[in-house]
Design a protein around this ligand. Structure first.
Ligand code: ZN
Length: 207
C-alpha cells in the first residue's frame, strides 16, 4: 500500500468475537478487509447482491472461472449469474477453501457424536434474518484461512491452517454486496485450530 493509503482510515471497523457472526452492506468500489488476528481461524463467508439477493455467491462459477479449487490473490468471486462480486486484491495466506462448506449441529453429530448449540449454519441463519433471508438462502460458502487438501484421487481433508496471526485478505466489491460472516465456532476439527479466536473486519473506501 502507498503512504497515502496507509494514512487513510477505515469507514468501519469491528472485532468479531470467537464464535461470533457479522454482516454488512458494502458498496461497489469499497474494500472489505478480514484479519485472522490469532491465526488458524476459519472465517465462513457468504455474499449476496444487495440489489438482487437471489444472485449470490456461486462456488462452481468461482472455481471454473478462476480455474482453481482455492481462492487467493487476484481471483474473482462470482455470482450465480457469473457477475463479479469481489476481487481479492490482497492475500497474505493463500489457498482459501471452497469445498468444505460450513459446520452445522447436524453434521457435527454425524461426524463427532456431539450435540452443539453453536455452528456456522446457525450463525448464518441468524445473520441472514437481518436481511429478510433464511436458512434456504445458505449456499456453499468460502472458508477464508481454512486449509482443505485434495489428494490425487480426490481425497478431501481439513488440515491445520497455515494462516499466521495477522494474516488478512482485502476484497474489492465489484457490485453492491451484502457480506455475511460466521467466525467458525468449530472445536472438533482443525478448521479453527481446535480453539476458535476473534477476527477483525473493516471496510475501506480505498485500498
Ligand atoms: Zn464452522
Amino acid at each position: 500500500m502507498s503512504t497515502a493509503q496507509n494514512s487513510s482510515q477505515p469507514v468501519y471497523q469491528e472485532v468479531i468475537a470467537a464464535k461470533g457472526r457479522w454482516s454488512r452492506r458494502i458498496e461497489k468500489g469499497q474494500y472489505l478487509k478480514i484479519i485472522d488476528l490469532e491465526g488458524q481461524q476459519a472465517v465462513d463467508f457468504l455474499c449476496y447482491s444487495a440489489e438482487l439477493p437471489i444472485d449470490r455467491l456461486n462456488i462452481p462459477n468461482t472455481v471454473k472461472l478462476n480455474k482453481s479449487l482455492y481462492v487467493e490473490k487476484n481471483h474473482v468471486i462470482y455470482s450465480d449469474l457469473a457477475k463479479k462480486m469481489f476481487t481479492v486484491v490482497q492475500d497474505t495466506c493463500g489457498l482459501h477453501d471452497t469445498l468444505a462448506g460450513c459446520c452445522s449441529n447436524e453434521i457435527d453429530y454425524v461426524r463427532y457424536g456431539v450435540v452443539k448449540t453453536q455452528s456456522c449454519r446457525a450463525n448464518f441463519t441468524a445473520e441472514l434474518a437481518k436481511w429478510s433471508m433464511s436458512t434456504s438462502d445458505i449456499v456453499s460458502n468460502i472458508n477464508w484461512f481454512m486449509r482443505v487438501t485434495v489428494g490425487a484421487h480426490g481425497e478431501v481433508e481439513i488440515v491445520p491452517s497455515t494462516s499466521k496471526p495477522g494474516d488478512h485478505v482485502l476484497l474489492r466489491a465489484e457490485m453492491p454486496i451484502i457480506a455475511v460472516i460466521s467466525n467458525c465456532p468449530q472445536e472438533h476439527n482443525a478448521a479453527a485450530g481446535f480453539k476458535p479466536t476473534p477476527i477483525e473486519v473493516s471496510v475501506w473506501d480505498q485500498e
